[in-house]
Design a protein around this ligand. Structure first.
Ligand code: NAG
Ligand code: NAG
Length: 505
C-alpha cells in the first residue's frame, strides 16, 4: 500500500514539474519572440500582485484564451492606462467579462480593449460606475454579438451609443439608472433581436427612439417609470413579438398606442395603474395572442376593446376592479377561448354574481382548455345587496336546520321580489350592521363560487335596479337627507338675517 502511494506521489510531482517547465518554456519563447506583441504582459497570467486588473482564462498560454474573466481592483484603472494594450497578448478572446470590485474602479467602456479583440463576441461588464455610454463606445465592432451591462449605474445613453455593430444580437442594460431613451441611441444594428432595459428609471421614450431596430423581436421595459405609451414610441418595430411593460406607471391606454407593432404576439402590461383603455387601444394588434393586464385598476372594459385582437387566446385580468365582464366585450375572441391552451383569468376582481356573467357557464361547458375550466371553477363573485339579504335569510334559516341551500335561495328570491317584505329583510341587515365584529365574517359569506350558482339563479341587473328604486332608503341615505335638510335650514336662517340687516341699513 505504502509503496503504491509513494509511486503515485512521484508520478504527480513529475507531471507538475513538466507543466511548470513547459509554462516557463512558453514564457521564454514569448520573450525572445520578435513579434510586435513581445513586450505585452499576458493578461491571463499576470504575476504582479498589485496589478489593477486580474483575468482568469480557460487557457493561460499566450494567444490561446477564448474566455477571460477580469476583475478590477485597487483604486481602479484609467481609460488611457498603458495596461489596456496587454490585451494584445490574447487576441482570440471571444468572451470577456469585467467584474468591478471597488467603487469607481471602472468608469467607462474599455473601448481600447474592444478595438483590439478581433474575435470578441460577448462583452459583459458589471458593478462598474459608468455614468454615460458615449457615441460609438463599442468601436464599430464587426464581431460583437452580445453586450450585457447590468448594474453599472449608467444614467445616460448618448446618440449612437450602440451604433454600427452589424453582428449584435442581444443588448442588456438591466438594473441601471437610465432616465430616457433619446433618438438614434440605437443606430444601424441590423441584427439586434433582444433589447433589455428592465429595472431602470426610464420616464421618457422619445418619438422614434427604436425606429432603426427593424429586426427586434423582444423589448423589455419591465420596472421603469413610464406614465404614457403612444404609437410614436414604437415606430419601426415591425417585427417585435414580445413587449414587456410590466411595473411601470401607465394609467391609461389611448387609441392605437401599439398600432406600429404589427407582429406583436405577447403584450405584458401587468402592475401598472391602468384605469382606462380606449376602445381602439389595442387597434392594429392583429397577431396578438397573449395579453396580460393583471394588477391594474380597470373598473370596466369597453365592448369593442378586444375587437382588433382576433387571435387572442390568453387574457389575464387578475386583480383589477372589474365588477363584471360582458360577453360582448369578448365577442371576437370567444371562439379562441374554446381551444386547448386558452386562458382567461379573472381572479381578484369585484365581480358581482349576476346574469351578466352567465356566459361563463357556457364557456366552461364548451371550452377544451383545462386551464380555463380550472380558472373558472375557482372564480369568486360577490353577492349583490339584494342577494346578500337572501344569503342572510339562508343563514338564519340554516340555523333552524333547513337542508337545501338552493331551494332556500329560490324561496327567498321570490320573497325579495315582493317588496312589501323588504322592510323585514332590511331589518336583518340592520341587526347585522349593529354587530360590528361579525361584519367581516359575513362579507366572506357573500363571496360565492360563480359557477356553483346555477345559471338561472343569477339575478339580472335591470330587475335589481327596478327593485332598488322601490326599496326604502338605507340608513346612510336617511342620514344624508337629514343632514342636507338641516343645512338648508341654516342657510334659510342666514338669508333671513341678511334680509333683516338689509332693511336696517
Ligand atoms: C463608426 O462608423 C461610423 C460610420 O461609418 C463613423 O462615423 C464613426 O466615426 C465610426 N466610429 C468609430 C469609433 O470607429
Ligand atoms: C441572445 O439571448 C437569447 C435569450 O436569452 C439567447 O437564447 C441567445 O443565445 C442569445 N444570443 C446571443 C448571440 O447571445
Amino acid at each position: 500500500m505504502g509503496l503504491k502511494y509513494l509511486i503515485l506521489m512521484i508520478a504527480f510531482a513529475t507531471v507538475e514539474i513538466n507543466l511548470t517547465e513547459s509554462r516557463q518554456n512558453d514564457k521564454r519563447r514569448w520573450k525572445s519572440d520578435k513579434s510586435p506583441y513581445s513586450h505585452y504582459v499576458n493578461i491571463c497570467d499576470i504575476q504582479d500582485r498589485v496589478s489593477k486588473v486580474h483575468c482568469y482564462c480557460e487557457s493561460i498560454k499566450i494567444k490561446t484564451a477564448t474566455k477571460a474573466d477580469c476583475w478590477v481592483f485597487n483604486g481602479g484603472i484609467a481609460e488611457d492606462d498603458p495596461f489596456w494594450s496587454n490585451f494584445y497578448s490574447q487576441p482570440k478572446i471571444e468572451r470577456l467579462t469585467f467584474n468591478v470590485r471597488a467603487d469607481g474602479g471602472l468608469t467607462f467602456i474599455p473601448a481600447k480593449v474592444i478595438v483590439r479583440l478581433d474575435h470578441l463576441q460577448f462583452l459583459n461588464i458589471q458593478y462598474a460606475n459608468i455614468y454615460s455610454i458615449p457615441s460609438f463606445a463599442f468601436t464599430n465592432s464587426t464581431t460583437l454579438r452580445e453586450i450585457t451591462l447590468p448594474k453599472n449605474k449608467i444614467v445616460k445613453l448618448e446618440k449612437m451609443a450602440f451604433a454600427h455593430l452589424i453582428m449584435l444580437v442581444n443588448v442588456s442594460l438591466v438594473e441601471n439608472q437610465i432616465t430616457e431613451i433619446a433618438k438614434d441611441v440605437f443606430y444601424f444594428l441590423p441584427n439586434l433581436q433582444r433589447l433589455y432595459l428592465a429595472k431602470n428609471t426610464i420616464e421618457v421614450l422619445h418619438d422614434g427612439c427604436f425606429k432603426h431596430l427593424n429586426n427586434l423581436i423582444k423589448l423589455d421595459l419591465y420596472n421603469n417609470l413610464l406614465t404614457v405609451v403612444v404609437r410614436e414610441n414604437f415606430q419601426g418595430l415591425s417585427n417585435l413579438i414580445t413587449l414587456d411593460m410590466r411595473n411601470n406607471k401607465l394609467n391609461m391606454i389611448g387609441d392605437l398606442a401599439f398600432a406600429e407593432l404589427w407582429s406583436l404576439q405577447e403584450l405584458y402590461l401587468d402592475g401598472n395603474e391602468i384605469k382606462f383603455i380606449s376602445e381602439r387601444g389595442f387597434g392594429g394588434l392583429t397577431q396578438l395572442k397573449k395579453l396580460s393586464l393583471a394588477d391594474n385598476k380597470l373598473g370596466m372594459l369597453d365592448d369593442g376593446v378586444f375587437d382588433d385582437i382576433q387571435k387572442l387566446n390568453v387574457l389575464d385580468l387578475r386583480n383589477n376592479n372589474l365588477e363584471t365582464l360582458k360577453q360582448e366585450t369578448l365577442r371576437s375572441v370567444i371562439d379562441n377561448m374554446k381551444t386547448n391552451y386558452a386562458l382567461i383569468s379573472l381572479d381578484g376582481n369585484k365581480l358581482t354574481c349576476d346574469c351578466r356573467l352567465a356566459w361563463l357557464h357556457k364557456l366552461r361547458d364548451e371550452t377544451r382548455s383545462k386551464r380555463i375550466k380550472g380558472s373558472l371553477a375557482r372564480l369568486n363573485c360577490i353577492m349583490d345587496n339584494k342577494l346578500k339579504t337572501n344569503m342572510i335569510n339562508i343563514k338564519v334559516q340554516q340555523k333552524t336546520e333547513v337542508p337545501n341551500k338552493i331551494n332556500n335561495l329560490q324561496i327567498t328570491q321570490k320573497h325579495d321580489r315582493n317588496y312589501e317584505e323588504i322592510d323585514d329583510l332590511d331589518d336583518y341587515d340592520d341587526t347585522l350592521q349593529d354587530q360590528e365584529t361579525d361584519l367581516d365574517a359575513s362579507k366572506i359569506e357573500y363571496r360565492r363560487k360563480l359557477l356553483e350558482i346555477p345559471k338561472d339563479m343569477l339575478p339580472c341587473p335591470s330587475k335589481l335596479i327596478s327593485e332598488a328604486s322601490y326599496s326604502p332608503p338605507t340608513q346612510d341615505e336617511v342620514k344624508y337627507y337629514k343632514t342636507s335638510g338641516s343645512e338648508s335650514h341654516i342657510s334659510l336662517d342666514r338669508i333671513l338675517i341678511l334680509c333683516i340687516l338689509f332693511k336696517l341699513l
